[in-house]
Design a protein around this ligand. Structure first.
Ligand code: 5GP
Length: 185
């Protein structure tokens, strides 16, 4: 695999800006959930880096769990609105204060389906924290209670987000050079 710089058009959000915003989010969440029992649910795989940095900025006791999903018509960014659970949560969320931790909300179909699925399990509360919001591409109205950054309509990678499964480890969010990599439609 080539060096990431081959595919990078420009850095959209640098490491320091990301970390400062994550720290602010952690402070806000710690305050909002101070009287609650916070349970963070991370959607694999894109949310992993965000989760691990966010939880270190949350100053109240909390628990974590993971789930993995795949969109019908995988390989495409145009999710149909239906998601399939490929790995379920370990713990029951009934009666718990769940905060869903996502990497990016694009059309909103994935988040909408996940919220529907988790609501059926009757959590005490269910909110959403997404690092990125590509609001111009929204097709379904979904609530984002905590948002890191609103970003323009461009395919991004790094900090959990992949380019053909690579470069999730990068500490910044970059915009792809579409002359070198064609994002999935
Ligand atoms: P949705 O359109 O359902 O809101 O988002 C579907 C999924 O597409 C996201 O969870 C994310 O995995 C992926 N996705 C959307 N936009 C981007 C992007 O700019 N870069 C990467 N790497 N993945 C994206």
């Amino acid at each position: 695999m080539l060096d990431y710089q081959e595919f990078l058009k420009e850095i959209l959000i640098d490491e320091q800006t990301l970390q400062e915003r994550i720290s602010q989010l952690g402070t806000q969440i710690s305050s909002d959930y101070s009287q609650k029992s916070l349970h963070l649910v991370c959607i694999l795989r894109g949310g992993v880096l965000f989760l691990t940095d966010l939880m270190r900025q949350i100053s109240i006791p909390h628990t974590i769990d993971f789930m993995a999903i795949s969109s019908y018509g995988a390989g495409s960014r145009q999710s149909s609105g239906q998601v399939r659970l490929t790995m379920d949560l370990k713990d029951d969320i009934g009666g718990r204060d769940v905060l869903l931790v996502e990497d990016i909300v694009d059309s909103g179909h994935t988040l909408s389906s996940v919220l529907e699925l988790l609501t059926l399990r009757k959590p005490a509360s269910l909110k959403v924290c997404s690092l990125l919001d590509k609001f111009e591409r929204r097709e379904v109205d979904v609530p984002i209670d905590y948002c890191g950054f609103q970003i323009p309509d461009a395919f991004v990678f790094g900090f959990g987000l992949d380019l053909d499964e690579y470069y999730r480890d990068l500490p910044f969010i970059g915009i792809v050079n579409t002359e070198r990599f064609q994002p999935p439609e």
